[in-house]
Write a protein that binds this ligand. Structure first.
Ligand SMILES: Cc1cc2nc3c(=O)[nH]c(=O)nc-3n(C[C@H](O)[C@H](O)[C@H](O)COP(=O)(O)OP(=O)(O)OC[C@H]3O[C@@H](n4cnc5c(N)ncnc54)[C@H](O)[C@@H]3O)c2cc1C
Length: 219
């Protein structure tokens, strides 16, 4: 593990941690140590971590905010990556929002409300990151991420390529088919999402959307 630690140290802006208790990084506050724990700040760092683990044949486990995982007291071997520092959110043209995988879902909802992009208020109170939400197809109040997720950017293939996969409506049932159609060899649950694009079809006054958001947060 010394070799991979040194390799990661060179790649990352923040120092990799060793024997880091995962109870510090999960909502349920349980979980033993990660052999190596890292928090990439950029997609480039994420790609390089992934490539390094692949070259050294070390298992890589992904965490967003750790709100939907239970880690054993025995901890995890290999490298555990938390994406929650890769958290940029940007308003784009055609009523879309682009978010990095580690952006908080609630922040995306707030950005949408402020911009008058309607429908995403349901996500205001769901804890966790965009990557975790895409993976889980998080939902509440009769809505889910798939209704708004126009595309995901993911790492796949043998050589660390970043591939954007575009699709209209994402449901767990259709995701596998989409990845097969796109010619990706690994099943979708082994992919690493680095970002997603959310698109909106209804515009509304932001003051009304922010009021709805507050109501959901106070519920
Ligand atoms: C108090 C509370 C309330 C909740 N309410 C709701 C709710 O209303 N609706 C709902 O749907 N869920 C809810 N959840 C569950 C949780 O918030 C969601 O599942 C959330 O989307 C998980 O995001 P996360 O970033 O914490 O993912 P994590 O818990 O860190 O990871 C979950 C899974 O996603 C994978 N993953 C994470 N990031 C990526 C990535 N970038 N690429 C690929 N895979 C990735 C992980 O490997 C793991 O398998 C709640 C949880 C708590 C604790």
């Amino acid at each position: 593990m010394k070799a991979i630690y040194s390799a990661l140290e060179k790649i990352l802006q923040t120092k990799p941690l060793t024997e880091e208790p995962l109870s510090r990084h999960t909502s349920f506050r349980v979980g033993g140590p990660a052999e190596i724990f890292v928090k990439p700040q950029t997609t480039k760092e994420m790609v390089e971590i992934w490539e390094t683990c692949r070259i050294h044949d070390i298992p890589l486990t992904l965490l967003g905010d750790g709100t939907n995982v239970l880690v054993s007291d025995a901890g995890l071997k290999g490298v555990v990556v938390s994406t929650n520092q890769m958290n940029a959110i940007a308003l784009c043209e055609n009523h879309c929002i682009r978010a990095q995988a580690g952006a908080r879902l609630s922040k995306v909802a707030e950005t949408a409300c402020k911009a008058g992009l309607a429908g995403f208020e349901f996500a205001s109170g769901i804890p966790g990151t965009v990557g975790g939400a895409v993976y889980m197809n998080a939902g509440a109040y009769g809505h889910d991420i798939g209704e708004f997720c126009k595309s995901v950017t993911l790492l796949t293939g043998g050589a660390g390529h970043v591939i954007g996969t575009v699709f209209g409506v994402m449901t767990l049932a259709s995701v596998t088919q989409i990845f097969i159609t796109a010619g990706l060899t690994k099943p979708w649950w082994q992919q690493i999402f680095v970002g997603a694009m959310f698109c909106f079809f209804v515009l509304f006054q932001s003051v009304v959307l922010l009021r709805r958001r507050r109501r959901i947060l106070n519920a």
